[in-house]
Design a protein around this ligand. Structure first.
Ligand SMILES: [Fe+2]
Length: 229
């Protein structure tokens, strides 16, 4: 992705969050120069990959296959000193913009429509014989705490205020209909390096072409943790 596109998408996201009165922590607006001046006190942000996270899943077409996320809090499975066992993200899903089919081996997550259009989710359970295959079996899901049966490949539509609990091994792909949608995620610790099983192989973090200077740091781009210097 071009850096100029990333800069614009983050600026647009800040306006979208403002319009929905979803306020981010102050460091969401820090520039790369601001981050360079910050020391070890911000290492939780750097190490746990909090902050801006844009991806086109390696597609080269962010509007069709992509997602904008901001991780507000997260623990760290690699750090035994991290006692935080939970995570929260806020995301923007564009009209017909798809997040590809995947499940998580460990993470259970609630996906919440916090406003805008509808969030449309297609679900399968992983096949029992081969977890890399979509299962054909019926399984149970919880929608806003209400347990219900879900057929293989069924589509569930979440309107603003509605949420779904996705348990490990439940394949999910989602997109928005009826407008850009503000989507929350409340989950167990998130580890993108080890806990995403995509049905079709794809990239998780974008390759960035530096056509202009960065206006913000992505979560993978913070200057080296001060305490590690
Ligand atoms: Fe997921």
């Amino acid at each position: 992705m071009n850096r100029s596109t990333i800069n614009v998408l983050i600026q647009d996201a800040l306006h979208f969050f403002d319009r929905h009165q979803f306020q981010l922590p102050p460091w969401a607006r820090w520039t790369p120069a601001d981050w360079c001046r910050r020391g070890a006190e911000c290492d939780e942000i750097r190490r746990n990959l909090l902050g801006w996270d844009l991806t086109d899943f390696g597609s080269g077409d962010f509007d069709k296959l992509g997602l904008l996320l901001f991780t507000i809090r997260n623990g760290n499975l690699k750090n035994p000193d991290s006692h935080k066992s939970y995570a929260e993200k806020i995301m923007i899903v564009r009209e017909r913009q798809v997040t590809p089919m995947h499940f998580h081996w460990k993470k259970m997550e609630d996906i919440i429509n916090r406003g805008g259009g509808e969030l449309v989710i297609r679900l399968y359970h992983a096949a029992t014989a081969d977890e890399h295959q979509l299962g054909t079996q019926e399984f149970a899901v919880s929608v806003d705490g209400v347990r219900r049966a879900c057929q293989a490949g069924e589509v569930i539509r979440l309107h603003p205020g509605e949420s779904i609990t996705l348990e490990p091994y439940v394949y999910h792909t989602f997109w928005a209909e009826g407008g850009m949608t503000l989507v929350g995620e409340v989950s167990m610790v998130n580890d993108d390096a080890t806990d995403n099983c995509f049905f079709e192989p794809c990239g998780r973090f974008p390759t960035v072409t530096e056509d202009v200077p960065p206006a913000f740091c992505l979560c993978t781009e913070y200057p080296t943790a001060a305490s590690a210097n």
